[in-house]
Design a protein around this ligand. Sequence first.
Ligand SMILES: Cc1cc2ncn([C@H]3O[C@H](COP(=O)(O)O)[C@@H](O)[C@H]3O)c2cc1C
Ligand SMILES: O=C(O)c1cccnc1
Length: 354
Amino acid sequence: MTDASTSAGDDTSIAVSIPPLDETAHEAAQERQTQLLKPPGSLGRLESMAVDIAAMQSTPTPSVDPAVILTLAADHGVTAEGVSAYPKSVTAAMVDAVASGDAAINALARANKITTHVVDMGVDGDVPASVIDHHIADGTANMTVEPALTTTQAHESIAAGRALVEEHAAEAGVIGFGDLGIGNTTASAAITAALTETTVEEITGHGTGIDEATRQQKIETIERALAVTDPNTDDPLDVLRCVGGFEIGGLVGVTLAAASRRIPVVVDGVVTGAAAVVAAEIDERVSDYLLGSHVSTEPAHAVQLDALDSPPCLDYEMGLGEGTGAAVAIGTYRAACRAHTEMATFADAGLDDA
Ligand SMILES: Cc1cc2ncn([C@H]3O[C@H](COP(=O)(O)O)[C@@H](O)[C@H]3O)c2cc1C
Ligand SMILES: O=C(O)c1cccnc1
């Protein structure tokens, strides 16, 4: 992966300043773990989760709170190729459900005390007034005919994601990723195939539940889109422009802005994973600020997590999106941080000699 100064062409408008992980905080947190009232290592990966977050946040007292999930929604012109089990109109309907508090993400976020925001990045339909408005267009173009986004739209989507962090999550302990958009597992598979050493066949999944014949059509659609739009695979912005989506570009912007503020980002499923891969190709330092959630049933997801060197923290056979995996994982990351900060040490308990 490359550094912002050498990738994305000569474009400097998306470059951000991302601080390195705080090694001193990392060492102090690791040392504290050895002093807590438990045999060293006995909290397993919960220990390294807290230590990693301490280094990201540059603090001896890591915390996920306040935890915020941003669910970005947009439509996709590629749905005209019959790649999803559901019609495009479901995107607007799901935005409405999330705004009303009725979707899976709302229930899981409430269960784990996480604030959620839903954002219209380019939904083709009416959305409630309470939805944050960063509408770029009524869905992307059909990537089998022309690039899904214009260059301007690709930039606009990233800028919107950055603005979202400044406006709604600047004080967050962690930001969880979420997505909505019928057809967006097709865009995600196309991005993943373009930016990793994989074939379209091996990383294309069943999305919302398409049968095998439709999956073959989805594979053929992605291959055609890559042939028609011919993205420069050395340029993540060009890949986003050719086969991406407005919500995916927005999530790239969220990642860049969060990392520049030392805010860890909890990656969700295959759509947000594609955005994280694009962001890490724009600036490899964002990888330091990524936290895995689940591993999705979509095959591209494990490939993405591997490319990002960001292991999942749970495997519950989930494959929904919306931020659902991030919502569940944030509960685990919160538990890790609270054990780290709230437990007594052997010395506190008068057990120095134990
Ligand atoms: C009711 C419903 C709720 C969802 N919540 C997330 N998705 C997920 O599925 C869609 C992508 O899958 P595909 O590429 O196969 O269309 C996106 O909306 C994604 O967020 C949903 C999909 C449906 C149908
Ligand atoms: O893993 C995901 O994020 C996913 C899977 C199917 C449909 N939408 C999202």
